[in-house]
Design a protein around this ligand. Sequence first.
Ligand code: GLV
Length: 311
Amino acid sequence: MPHQNSPKLAFCCPTIDAQPWADAMAKALPEAQIQIWPDCTEQADYAITWAPTQAFFDAQPQLKAVFALGAGVDGLLKLRLPESLAVVRIEDGGMAAQMQDYVTHALLRHVRRFDQYAQDIRAGKWIQYPAQDHASFPVGILGLGELGSKIAERVRDIGFPVVGWSKSPKTMEGIRCFSGEELYKFLSMSRVLVCALPLTPHTQDILNEQHLSLLKPGAYLINIARGAHLVEEDLLKLLASGHMAGACLDVMRTEPAPANHPFRSHPQITLTPHISAMTLLAPSIAQISQKIMSLRNGQAITGVIQRGRGY
Ligand code: GLV
């Protein structure tokens, strides 16, 4: 039963139905008072958000922490937020497993030429192409954070050579890790490039002609991060020149992709509508409710964004 001292929570998720999330939170934290924006009559201590609006934060100046119902917080950090407000992301929450599946599927589909065979069969052909071995497709994972490192492990475990790049140095078993200034070296060793970076001013447009040209010939791009990492015209140019063999993109600069966007009908591009990892209700609510309890007990929590670096 909520009482005077119970935590006050507000959900601000204007593009989805927040009710099931609020119901799950009410079960996880029975003592909490829960409101859903815009029907908030009280000042909340904690916010749980998905694509929140500036109006919400302007109306809720007493928030102590905001929990994003996602891994990427670039959209949230574009808003004007009080300096002292802790911004917390979902840490894995079932997303890594989905991304591992997405990337391995895209990778194997490309290596086993499933798109080519599908096109051939539809065109009335019956051609067997030579087998391609995993060793010929070294995979570079750009970003070795919470999600990127799990993807790197899965790709390594199914037998591909894997290299990784992160801003600061990392070590991972069986994976050659590069960092910082070694980006060029990393790119030149990769034939398949998987982008799992956070979107920050430093990483925006990182998938550009200069960088993609450094990949091994016949390169393939898998972008599961943000559309703004990719300079779209540069990809089209490199596909036309034959340097790149294709791309599988889960994210676009504009979502939904405009009806006449050239990526939609490009035979070498596979598009999916930002589904590589959906936030799962149960593990996410369990994680957030646990963190709210820790904060109320004065304990430190993980997953807090360093606002200055943007992730
Ligand atoms: C989805 O894109 C997320 O950031 O979780």
